[in-house]
Design a protein around this ligand. Sequence first.
Ligand code: HEC
Length: 330
Amino acid sequence: MMVTYIVFAILMILALAYMLRPLFRSKAQPFPESPGPEELRLELDLLKAQAKEAEGEERKRILVQAVRIERQLAELSNEKPSPGRLSPVTLGVVTLGLVALGVGLWTYTVPRLPGESIISMRNEAQELAGLLRQAEQTGTTASWLAYANKAYDLQDFERAVQGYLQVLELEPHNANAVRRIGILLFMSGRPEEGLQALELAVRAEPAVAEGWLFLGNAYFQLGQPAQAVTAWEGYLKAGGSAREQVQNLIQTARDQQTATSRGQQVYLGKCAACHGAQAQGGSGPRLRGNPINQVPEAVREIVEKGRGSMPPQQLTPEEMNALLKYLSSL
Ligand code: HEC
């Protein structure tokens, strides 16, 4: 018994030391750190705001500066790939997923009486431990699935993943486990991998709404609104309960699609000859992935006034807006 305590104490100290490690890092940096992405973004927002007010040469100078910062930001994110900035819509999508999850949890786990929570949490934990024991003893797919589902309902995602992986080891095509793994991948910020799993899951079990919802979310986050719409429609068809929210999402994705495809039309008509049909570059520089696209005012300036051997282009305001939206999605 004593030995257990000592080992436990040592582990605790190690864990504590590990957690506090950042505090002990040497502070003496030989050079000041280059500005982080947050600072650059702040500066960028400031510049964009200034550009709105400025005119003539001053405005040009500010826009050039803004483009330079976008390029710096792009370089920074190339160095250490970080997830792209979350757009409000993406955030909405993720939130909806969490809300759907929360509703499930509320239904199945939240105690109904005040004061019950601690006891029922302990009961839940005991039940989970019991399910794990059972799964380890019997080793059947059904028992691992019961354990994983319970952990998922309790939002104990780490245990849920372990449980579902056990299920998949026993039964690689178990749709329930594939779907949940897909959802968990999506929620942990890996939409590409989540998407593959969810595609398989909805094909195997098209009547389960949850799979369609997250499939749509993943597509949307990956910038494929058309596929997102199809998946969300699948959710409605499967009788999912968050009808209104999902209908709103579908509308948003459709709007985005129309704007983008209109912009692409303008692009193909006025720019593709020199910049390439895929914006990959031609006699004009590459525009796909070009950080300048994130400074629409700078692009507008170049398009309206021309630059070097690029002649100015005549666009209606509507065409211009659609074009800028399209470019910023590249
Ligand atoms: C006749 C060919 C031609 C057409 C048409 C054309 N461009 Fe260009 N574009 C160029 C060339 C050449 C450059 C390089 C100019 C320079 O820097 O000297 C350029 C530069 C640019 C740049 C600056 C890129 C950078 O990284 O600095 C942007 C943005 C741009 N073009 C957007 C557009 C858009 C949008 C359209 C369509 C509305 C368009 N261009 C149409 C030839 C063209």
